[in-house]
Each structure stands twice: as C-alpha cells, then as structure tokens.
Design a protein around this ligand. Structure first.
Ligand code: FMN
Length: 184
C-alpha cells in the first residue's frame, strides 16, 4: 500500500457546534424564501422591447459577473408572465435604482407595459433606457441557463452609463425597501 498522506479536516462536527440559528427545512419554501431574503440587495428595473412594445420588470437578482468581457446576470421566475419575453430577448437594459425610486420599483413589480411613469429613450438594440437611474447597462443576450423555477439570464454589456454624484441605491432586505446608512 502506498502512503496516501494525511488529510487535515478543519470542519467542526455538526453535533458539537453551538448555534442560535434555527434549521430551515428545504421543503418549506416560505421559510427558505425568508432565509434567502436575509441577503440584502440593490434593486433594478430590467427593460426590453417586446412585440407588444416596451416591457419592464423589477428584479433584485442582478449580479455583476465579469469585467473582461463585461458580463452581468439576473434570474427570471418561470411563473412570471414576463419570463418568456425576457428569455427570448436579444437585448435588454438593466437599471440600478436610486433610493428615491421605490415608486418605480413598485410600478414595474406590478405591471410591465406602462412606461408613462418616467421619461425613457430607446437604447442600442432597442431596449428602453429609463431616465433618472443611478446606472444603466445595455446588454446583448449572452446565455440563458435553466435553473429550477427560474431562468438565469446572462448579458454582455454593450453600453454602460452612470449618473454623476454620490446618489445611493435603493435597497431591499427582508422583503422591505430601505436605504443605505454608512458606518461612521
Ligand atoms: C424588490 C423586488 C425584486 C424582484 N426581483 C425579481 C427577480 O429577480 N426575478 C423575478 O423573476 N421577479 C422578481 N420580482 C417580481 C417581479 O418584479 C414581478 O412582480 C413579477 O414578475 C410579477 O409577475 P408577472 O410578471 O406575472 O406579472 C421582484 C419584485 C420585487 C418587488
């Protein structure tokens, strides 16, 4: 027999771990959603052009992925009426909302086709760019990955814009909107 060496294990046995956490049953989707919701995020509105005109959707699943090439992702729920349009879209635009844009977030969470709520203009590829947001990323569809009850949509950023100044983002934590307060 050869000498396969020794593997050091730094993981403490679960039984002896002291914790004031409550176990979340993975088949309890309400509890699991609540636990996932402990991860505070920013808030985006994602827009695209559809056969029925411009379409928008509020999403907090956005994440930047890569600088070279510039890639971002977000995930769309299969159950959303807007899912299929976004999955098939060749272009979309991701807007980072500022702390004063909760109304916009609520608007595009409840419906998708009414763009009278703000000024907008068509960007490269046709996706609407909304005025007054902290940043906007125009994307070309890069990949779509099926992921359980969501589709993960990756976009390659083809044009980016940022609002000048120190404006802070709208935040979402435990199902509530809020704002960032920096530590002194
Ligand atoms: C803060 C916030 C974040 C959301 N994030 C997502 C998301 O990342 N993905 C998603 O599919 N829906 C997300 N939603 C839900 C959609 O905005 C929208 O409410 C949902 O698609 C409504 O279903 P419908 O498209 O069938 O009308 C979010 C809603 C809110 C208020």
């Amino acid at each position: 027999m050869g000498n396969y060496g020794q593997i050091d294990c730094a993981v403490a046995p679960q039984a002896t771990m002291k914790s004031d956490m409550t176990t979340v049953a993975l088949d309890d989707s309400k509890a699991l959603r609540r636990a996932f919701g402990r991860f505070g995020t920013g808030v985006t509105v994602i827009t695209t052009q559809s056969d029925d005109g411009p379409l928008g959707m509020t999403a907090n699943s956005f994440s930047s992925v890569s600088l070279e090439p510039p890639l971002v992702l977000w995930s769309a729920a299969l159950r959303s009426k807007r899912h299929d349009v976004f999955v098939k879209a060749e272009h979309f635009c991701i807007h980072i909302l500022g702390e004063d844009q909760q109304d916009l977030a609520n608007h595009f969470a409840t419906q998708g086709h009414d763009f009278d709520i703000c000024d907008w203009a068509q960007g490269p590829g046709g996706a609407p760019q909304l005025a007054g947001c902290l940043a906007a990323f125009h994307c070309r569809a890069h990949a779509v990955h099926p992921a359980g009850d969501h589709s993960v949509i990756l976009g390659e950023v083809i044009q980016a814009a940022e609002c000048p100044g120190q404006g802070a983002g709208l935040l979402f934590d435990k199902g509530r909107f809020g704002r960032f307060s920096p530590k002194p």
